[in-house]
Design a protein. Structure first.
Lengths: 385, 342, 306
């Protein structure tokens, strides 16, 4: 009893001391976050921050971001590049961005779809800092110091779909995905339509894992697809090796995502959509440093694709089973996508129920494709109601 | 073995144990090519010499303090509440449900009060379930509260994937809490009033368990339930009430995390908050005031984790190693050995 | 029919890592020590197996390394609770945090590296039995090892002297002391062995099932294992059945999705836990009486105050 009381007293004084200490150090703090600068947001920044939702070496989405940040390091030797991995898609992301701002960053790349809320919050609190978000869309008024950017990943996925549709023997393709975000829905639809363009009977079966990377769930998803007779597997996951190896071990073919993983599937590799963020990142950083961000194309929901000629998604090298004939068809389709008449979603586009969603002959814009909320005919699977 | 210890060796044990934890972590840092002195310096500066970080510590502290109190109260009655994780989630789910029910029409104050009541009641009932299972069927509460964590998580995910989902496309989440119902912040800071609530609850719990008849009774029941029964105490009511008060505190923690920080329910909401609180409570030896210190330490370590990757280029989760080493030091090396089979 | 085969064979495959861990936790709890750090032991086991698999090219060396890593982490748990008198719950959770941190620190180098894992190997003759053969005998060698592990653990626990000593440590520790045995040694051994099995479970996950290493890839399977031991009332054979039940609940979701059915996975996920609570309630006092007596004491007296 006696000891307990004294220990309480010690602890109370310790906690008071801690609170006082905290108070003191906040008083002596030299806060740089609120310092107003006269120039344009982000102008002359000496540091650039990148936050990633997963580890920077995931052989996928986040690694591509990290490699892009390495390009910035080389292109701007005077600029400090700050990277933070495993930043969750909740309010902690804002805290991490604040830390970067305190280290001098006036430009931050928030690179996961779910980082948008935190990115907008940080942008609002720091008018002198530019925050750009990768892959999502700002649906409200776009502030002067924020924007989103992305490539049209569904274009190379459409081309990969051609390879898949031409190669499948069972006419069943499998798609492992995380969440039904518009980006993923557009990928799945484009993949199916690419396949249909050379093989009208083909269907794409979808399974969601509800996680950007959970290898155990990916394996279960891949197995369930393979047992349905699927002979080409593809995915929209942040880490990709589990699904690719599951396909290879089962003797099925695979279409990659994020990275060239042909070494994991020497037999079954067809092709894939892989990233090259370097040029786009470089241009964004240059624009911000020059003080030209406000009103620029990046101060918007910026999308690049085959039409603009700088798509950060490129087609991975082809695997052994892709015939010359197929490659020729893909080249032709890619050339068409680069023209005003080209799109994976030239009407008529029917949804799963057979209703017309895009009228005959209509070429939807990039912005319209970015808001896609239905599966096209030929896709097997349900969107949450 | 005598439990009476003089103050000096106890202090010495704490210093020695914590120093050992820091040294071991330094060695690990060196194997990864980082300079430990720079790393500690970076952590210290970015955590304690930066007002935003200090605010962040106080923001993160409040649910931890409440979650730890949720362990401490039942512990006084000899009960092990491993279910903070689930009770926090259920508290947040109840708060969010109340908001969705009332909608935009209601005033901010009304929504806040309704969320508060709902979360406290829901947390208490969720923990009460475990208490009831113990009283009716003799199911141990450590087991049932642990199992109920998983059920709570699945309830959360079920709701945000379908009935409460804001939009069928996009990542699953509920809609955002309206601005008027968000927890107000302490003026001049970004710290929401959750920390005030937490400190008040520390005092309340301290008085409750040390100064009230009920507090005395639960500690008698916790010490020797047979003796308590013979002296005429209703042990079953004491068990039920202690666990439910614990659940209510955890539910409150969930509401504060929801209305003060997250504003939306997403997958991963409050992840590991309950388990961290459980450890904070152990570090504080189940005493209310020391819980403030333990929660402060845990929150500081969590904030310092950012520095490890920004300054030292180490993976974000590395800070878990330091947290664990400190815990191991405190759990295993600061007290005199107890009897081995306890 | 194909749905049933898919779910059952997927459940066996996906449930194996959980089964190894739960089997280990059974041994540990039989000696009177609960280990909430099982999740952590699986995690270090998964990384240890993967890393050694990558470095040596041998999945079996990897599996051994996984078992060693899992065992070492649990040995630390045993030391803290048996020799230092730390709380079993708090120590286990601390070790989980340690494992999360260590595997993140040392695992980054192995993300995305290809590993030579365990391949499917159909057991001659048995694999061609309709239905049963597809479910049980078209799997990988580490999974077949788990078939042997269940009766082995049962035999050692219930039919050998060492098993008797371990169980006595969990039932009547005092009587061990009277006969000149050291309870602490028994418990340390049992907890460490339990961690080794959890490490093997992690090895199955990373080198036989998912063929990948990724941070936090165990994602709750270790906690499921701890719950499962209670569901199985500390019996190895019921652990096996329970692990496959959990595995099937996990496999049913994707199997239905692949057939075009809409499904809310989370209702399915909750079923095993609710079922465990129901089993505990129905069995009531019977469960309590079959729980190791010393473990009961841990639950009852857990938090000392002051």
């Amino acid at each position: 009893m006696f000891t307990r009381k004294s220990s309480v007293r010690v602890a109370v004084s310790a906690s008071v001391a801690a609170l006082v200490l905290a108070g003191c150090s906040s008083a002596t703090d030299s806060s740089s976050s609120s310092s107003e600068s006269d120039g344009a947001p982000g102008e002359g920044t000496t540091a650039v921050g990148f936050i990633m939702v997963g580890p920077k070496d995931d052989f996928g989405y986040n690694q591509a971001v990290y490699e892009g940040s390495e390009v910035i390091k080389e292109a701007f030797p005077d600029v400090e590049v700050l990277t933070a991995e495993n930043v969750p898609e909740d309010d902690t992301a804002a805290t991490t961005m604040e830390q970067m701002i305190d280290k001098g960053a006036k430009l931050i790349f928030a690179t996961s779809y779910g980082h948008l809320d935190a990115a907008l919050k940080v942008a609002e609190e720091h008018p002198d800092v530019v925050v750009v978000q990768q892959g999502n869309t700002i649906t409200t008024d776009i502030p002067d110091n924020a924007g989103t950017y992305f490539g049209t990943v569904y274009e190379p996925m459409y081309l990969a779909g051609i390879a898949a549709g031409a190669s499948t023997e069972s006419n069943k393709l499998g798609y492992v995905y995380a969440f039904p975000i518009p980006q993923t829905i557009a990928n799945i639809n484009a993949f199916e339509r690419g396949a249909q363009s050379v093989n009208p009977d083909v269907e794409t079966i979808t399974v969601s894992t509800s996680s950007w990377c959970d290898p155990g769930k990916q394996q279960a998803a891949a197995e369930s697809l393979l047992s349905q007779g699927v002979d080409v597997l593809t995915q929209h996951q942040d880490c990709t090796s589990t699904v690719i190896q599951a396909a290879e071990k089962a003797g099925a073919m695979t279409v990659g995502y994020h990275a060239d993983a042909s070494s994991l599937a020497p037999e079954g590799w067809l092709t894939g959509a892989v990233w090259d963020w370097g040029p786009l990142y470089t241009d964004i950083v240059q624009t911000v440093i020059d003080g030209d961000f406000v009103g620029s194309e990046y101060n918007d929901n910026f999308r690049v694709g085959y039409k603009t000629g700088t798509n950060p998604f490129v087609l991975a090298p082809y695997g052994p089973d892709v015939t010359d004939e197929t490659i020729a068809a893909i080249d032709e389709a890619q050339a068409l996508l680069g023209t005003d008449e080209g799109s994976p979603f030239v009407g008529p586009v029917l949804d799963q129920d057979g209703d017309t969603v895009i009228e005959d002959g209509v070429v939807p814009t990039y912005a319209e494709n970015d808001a896609m909320d239905f599966f096209v005919q030929g896709v097997v699977g349900n969107l949450a109601q | 073995m005598s439990t009476v210890q003089t103050a000096a060796p106890v202090a010495l044990r704490w210093v020695g144990a914590l120093a050992a934890a820091l040294v071991i972590f330094s060695i690990l840092l060196m194997t990864k090519g980082a300079n430990p002195i720079d790393a500690y310096q970076g952590m210290w500066q970015s955590t304690f010499q930066r007002s935003r970080s200090i605010e962040e510590i106080f923001i993160q502290m409040s649910p931890l303090v409440l979650g730890a109190l949720a362990v401490a109260v039942p512990a006084r009655a000899g009960l092990t509440n491993v279910g903070g994780e689930g009770q926090i989630i259920i508290g947040a789910v109840a708060a969010c449900g109340m908001f969705l029910l009332l909608g935009d029409g209601a005033s901010g104050g009304l929504i806040l009060v309704a969320m508060l009541v709902a979360s406290v009641v829901a947390g208490a009932l969720w923990a009460g379930l475990a208490a009831a299972l113990r009283l009716v069927a003799g199911v141990n509460e450590a087991i049932s509260t642990l199992l109920l964590n998983f059920v709570a998580l699945d309830v959360l995910l079920f709701l945000i994937y379908q009935p409460w989902r804001e939009s069928p496309v996009g990542q699953p989440a509920t809609r955002e809490l309206v601005d008027v119902a968000k927890l107000p912040v302490i003026s001049g800071t970004k710290v929401h009033i959750g920390i005030v609530v937490a400190v008040v609850m520390v005092v309340v719990v301290h008085l409750l368990i040390n100064r009230t008849r009920w507090g005395f009774r639960i500690s008698v029941a916790g010490g020797n339930s047979e003796a308590a029964r013979r002296s005429g105490l209703k042990v079953s009511m004491l068990v039920l009430s202690a666990l439910m008060i614990g659940g209510a505190l955890a539910g409150l923690a969930g509401m504060i995390h929801f209305a003060g920080v997250e504003y939306k329910l997403r997958p991963g909401f409050g992840s590991q908050l309950g388990y961290t609180s459980f450890l904070a409570c152990w570090m504080a030896r189940h005493q209310p005031f020391p819980i403030l210190v333990a929660a402060f330490v845990f929150a500081s370590l969590s904030v310092a984790g950012d520095s490890l990757q920004l300054d030292s280029g180490l993976p974000a989760a590395s800070v878990n190693v330091l947290t664990a080493l400190i815990l191991i030091a405190v759990l295993g090396f600061t007290t005199m050995r107890k009897k081995a089979n306890a | 029919m194909s749905l049933i085969v898919d779910v059952l064979s997927g459940g066996v495959r996906g449930g194996t890592s959980i089964m190894y861990a739960a089997l280990g936790e059974t041994v540990s709890e039989r000696s009177g020590v609960i280990n909430l750090g099982t999740e952590g032991s699986m995690l270090v086991g998964a990384l240890g197996a993967y890393a050694i698999g990558v470095e040596t090219g041998s999945p079996w060396l990897g599996a051994i390394a996984g078992a060693v890593c899992g065992g070492l982490l649990s040995l630390l748990h045993a030391y803290l609770v048996v020799y230092r008198g730390a709380s079993q719950f708090a120590s286990g959770l601390s070790l989980l945090f340690l494992a999360l941190g260590l595997t993140s620190l040392f695992g980054a180098a192995y993300v995305g590296q290809p590993v030579v894992g365990f391949d499917q190997w159909d057991v001659p003759l048995l694999s061609s039995i309709p239905f049963v053969g597809e479910i049980l005998f078209q799997q990988d060698p580490l999974l077949y090892l788990s078939f042997a592990m269940v009766p082995l653990v049962w035999f050692v626990l219930f039919k050998t002297r060492i098993g008797l000593l371990v169980r006595t440590a969990g039932e009547r520790a005092d009587s061990l002391t009277v006969h000149g045995y050291d309870v602490r040694v028994m418990r340390t051994g049992a907890v460490t062995f339990g961690g080794m099995l959890a490490g093997l479970g992690g090895a199955h996950l990373s080198t036989a099932y998912a063929n990948a290493w990724f941070e936090n890839m165990v994602s709750g399977r270790g906690f499921i294992a701890v719950a499962l031991v209670i569901f199985a009332v500390w019996s190895p054979s019921r652990v096996m059945a329970g692990a496959y039940l959990f595995g099937c609940a996990i496999a049913l979701g994707p199997a239905l999705q692949a057939r075009g059915y809409e499904i809310n996975q989370f209702l399915l996920d909750a079923v095993p836990f609710v079922l465990t609570l129901v089993v505990l309630t129905v069995l009531g006092k019977r469960t309590l009486s079959s729980s190791p007596a010393e473990l009961k004491r841990v639950f009852e007296n857990a938090p000392p105050s002051g």
